[in-house]
Design a protein around this ligand. Structure first.
Ligand SMILES: Nc1nc2c(c(=O)[nH]1)N(C=O)[C@@H](CNc1ccc(C(=O)N[C@@H](CCC(=O)O)C(=O)O)cc1)CN2
Ligand SMILES: Nc1ncnc2c1ncn2[C@@H]1O[C@H](COP(=O)(O)OP(=O)(O)OP(=O)(O)O)[C@@H](O)[C@H]1O
Length: 182
């Protein structure tokens, strides 16, 4: 299958998960996150879940990093040029759901990509070389290309990586690690 077919297949597979299945799978992923070595991590970047696409609920992950006194950064989308800007998410930061259904911070302090130590990356499917397929607008390919080389990029997915995504392009940045239920 090419990227487009894989994207459609795994988008559907995810939407078909029951809430019981999803809870079971995401709990396993949370446990793996709680076991990560985060000794060098001061600032993490994470997405706020898009409910209509049945994404993993990232709230428990955010709460976990808060208990570790690690700062949380979340993206804001610009669909005109498919780019992201990044903002601190404090406990009292107000959120607004944008046109695409993504919660975004309203008034918050902007953060440079350079300051981020670890990025949790949303994806639909990855391969064994840690290439990923997202919704197909290149938001994360652009963003990750601006992060520091030593910034850790960790994908989160409900499904096991496939052997190879054949039609990767020059912009696809491989992740350091992909967490999926084991
Ligand atoms: N929670 C979360 N936030 C994220 C991402 C993500 O994957 N998950 N993104 C990761 O990149 C970016 C947003 N990417 C998105 C891309 C497409 C659509 C969307 O609604 N697509 C419609 C078609 C829209 C159109 O083309 O007009 C669809 O697929 O039905 C939503 C978000 C940034 N923020
Ligand atoms: N750094 C970049 N500069 C310019 N164009 C880019 C860049 N990264 C990706 N693109 C373009 O964005 C489009 C989407 O890329 P791709 O098919 O890899 O999406 P994806 O990884 O599934 O999406 P996403 O990152 O939004 O989850 C492609 O047309 C690609 O050429």
């Amino acid at each position: 299958m090419n990227k487009k077919q894989l994207r459609a297949t795994y988008k559907q597979k995810r939407e078909n998960l029951s809430s019981a299945e999803k809870n079971f799978l995401q709990e396993n992923i949370y446990q793996q996150i709680y076991n990560l070595d985060i000794s060098d991590v001061k600032i993490i970047h994470i997405f706020l879940s898009l409910e209509k696409f049945n994404e993993i609920n990232t709230s428990p992950i955010i709460n976990y990093f808060r208990t570790k006194n690690i700062k949380i950064v979340v993206p804001k989308t610009n669909f005109k040029n498919n780019s992201l800007t990044h903002f601190y998410l404090e406990e009292d930061t107000e959120l607004a759901i944008n046109h695409y259904g993504i919660p975004e911070p309203k008034d918050a302090i902007e953060v440079s990509e350079n300051d981020i130590d670890l990025v949790f990356v949303p994806l639909l499917i990855s391969d064994k070389q840690h290439h990923r397929i997202g919704y197909g607008k290149g938001f994360y390919d652009r963003f990750l290309s601006n992060c520091r080389p030593n910034c850790k990029k960790i994908g989160l997915n409900f499904f096991k990586p496939i052997s190879e995504i054949k039609d990767i392009n020059e912009f696809d940045i491989p992740l350091d690690l992909v967490l999926y239920p084991k």
